[in-house]
Design a protein around this ligand. Structure first.
Ligand SMILES: C[S@@+](CC[C@H](N)C(=O)[O-])C[C@H]1O[C@@H](n2cnc3c(N)ncnc32)[C@H](O)[C@@H]1O
Length: 213
């Protein structure tokens, strides 16, 4: 959606990259739901969070055409790695070409398949997790990821405000809204973490695993 706010945010966002522009263009041409791509503003935030936190091991759940993974990889230190989890194997060529153009292909390991199964095969500790896949599975991803995160590590969950539906006077009962509302409530009550939701795009919740658990 091209609102004046979005245009303003874009014109004041420092991340510039021909490779990212190429991924965005190809996503528009070759996929049915290009709006799923996170975009330059959120991508810039993700890259900066990787840099500020010094994260070296990252899991991404839901890579789509590889845009957000490329942004995070641009913030990694030498030797850092992202495990990118994506169920749609038709997107693999596009992802890999975009990562090659961005010069980050060596630091991203792609796992094609259901994220729940892949998560069960990974070993921690990880510094950061970015969750952006099936909204109905957010709670499952979270429960699988928390033990994989190091103390003080953090998880970012995207789309948690779901177009405002989760805080509507009458919360709609469709499966995605219901699952996200339950996820948000569960995280807010979980004593193992501290959390804050940023109203960026469709809501981005930052969840930090407490120390000394
Ligand atoms: C919103 S898009 C991700 C956008 C991407 N993070 C970005 O910023 O460009 C969600 C992706 O999650 C993937 N997905 C959905 N369910 C999944 C699952 N169970 N396991 C792995 N990936 C899944 C979809 O195929 C889709 O590509």
């Amino acid at each position: 959606m091209e609102s004046s706010l979005n245009r303003y945010l874009l014109s004041h966002c420092s991340l510039r990259s021909e490779a990212l522009d190429w991924i965005e263009k190809m996503t528009n041409i070759r996929t049915n739901y290009p709006q799923m791509l996170s975009g330059r503003v959120q991508g810039n935030l993700l890259k900066m969070l990787v840099e500020i936190s010094g994260a070296e091991r990252i899991i991404e759940i839901g890579s789509f055409t590889g845009y957000s993974a490329a942004c995070m990889a641009m913030g990694l230190p030498e030797g850092g790695v992202i495990d990118a989890l994506e169920i749609n194997d038709e997107l693999e060529d596009l992802m890999r070409e975009g990562w090659r153009r961005a010069g980050v292909d060596k630091s991203i390991r792609l796992h094609i398949g259901d994220a729940v199964q892949t998560l069960k095969s990974l070993s921690g500790p990880y510094d950061m997790v970015y969750v952006d896949a099936n909204k109905r599975q957010y709670t499952e991803y979270y429960q699988l990821c928390l033990p994989l995160l190091r103390e003080g590590g953090f998880l970012l969950a995207d789309d948690t405000l779901w177009d405002g539906k989760v805080y509507a006077d009458t919360v709609p009962s469709d499966p995605q809204t219901k699952a996200l509302a339950e996820f948000n409530d569960m995280v807010a009550r979980d004593p193992r973490v501290e959390t804050v939701t940023l109203p960026i795009r469709d809501g981005l919740t930052l969840i930090r695993k407490r120390k000394g658990l």
